[in-house]
Ligand binder design. Sequence first.
Ligand SMILES: C[S@@+](CC[C@H](N)C(=O)[O-])C[C@H]1O[C@@H](n2cnc3c(N)ncnc32)[C@H](O)[C@@H]1O
Length: 376
Amino acid sequence: MEPSLSIPLKLYREGSVTFYSTDLEHLERMGLSYTKAPVFYNPRMKLNRDITISIVRSLNVESAADLMAASGVRALRLAVEGGVDEVLANDSNCLAVHVIKLNARLNGVRIRATCSDARLEAEKLAWEGNRPHYLDLDPFGSPAPYMDSFLRAVRRGGLLGVTATDTPPLFGIYPDKLFRYYGVWGRKLPFHKEFGIRALISFTVRVAARLDLIARPLLSYGREHYVRVFFSIDRGPSASSRQLRGSLGWVETCDGEHVIHKGIDLPDAECGELLGPLWLDEITDPQFLDGVTPINEEVERLLNALREESGGPPLYYMLDDICSRLRVKTPKMSDVIAALRERGYFAARTHLEPLGVKTTASRAEIEEIVREITAS
Ligand SMILES: C[S@@+](CC[C@H](N)C(=O)[O-])C[C@H]1O[C@@H](n2cnc3c(N)ncnc32)[C@H](O)[C@@H]1O
């Protein structure tokens, strides 16, 4: 007899929904990672879904699709908590789609569930003119191969939520892959997490421009193993030309100082290597943030952190990096930020790094402040 392997399902609860997915503890006991689950579910992405629900609920979205839906937890939450009438959940794993249907019945909601390739399904939505108001792009790894079809599929005036878990290329650890997937030159620098978010936005606005669309970043953040950006999508050939010229640009680091060159035209390098093209405008729109009502305290904390850093310059300096070069103990972040503000600079923490300082001051000025604080 052929040996058979069965992996039980378990009933989970997240937000206001109850759903079946692979029993992750059972999987772990078998020495398998959650990424090997026959039906995928990652409880660590709850905040990612909580923010999605906070946004969708605040905007009164009528139709939404998760074309890589796995267990369907996000689609279920969009229907139950997001108040979305028309929800589509698709996955290329037909076993997952079977479980999505089971989960929809369990929660008493109507979800259209299909088993297909996400790109085919997206192209179909665009072709039929049945574009959802909110579309979620949540792949294993890079969203880059899906971007064209997803941008075509989202309604004009709608929203695209993009998750990228391929942080090693985005953060410049694999520069070749960063260039191949995103068309951005980079390498790992102290501000690599924000660099990755800006590379993802740069890529998305350039793909959108090729389709005569304009993608505008509304809310961006990074956490654990992923970065996430919500974009508004509209038609706009001339607006997107202006956006490419005005909002993209290049970055250099000259002896640790950031040198920002705004504008898509390739500038003369001041001291070394030009990295980009990167998105150099705001990565989060404070007005958009004000319209989002957080569904819980964790979302509220993150939105507050994003609010605090908005209005600042691109990128950040790492305090530990500065202090190790100066051979001094790292002072309290709050003291450094207060001293910078006292001198009239914009200064704020970044949500991406506990020791990251976003400021309009130069690195030399931060060093001077650090010396003063640590000498006193
Ligand atoms: C990261 S999971 C999605 C998680 C889900 N959105 C959530 O919030 O729980 C990625 C899913 O994409 C599916 N997938 C991978 N490649 C796909 C493709 N080309 N088309 C459709 N689904 C795909 C996988 O089967 C997996 O279920």
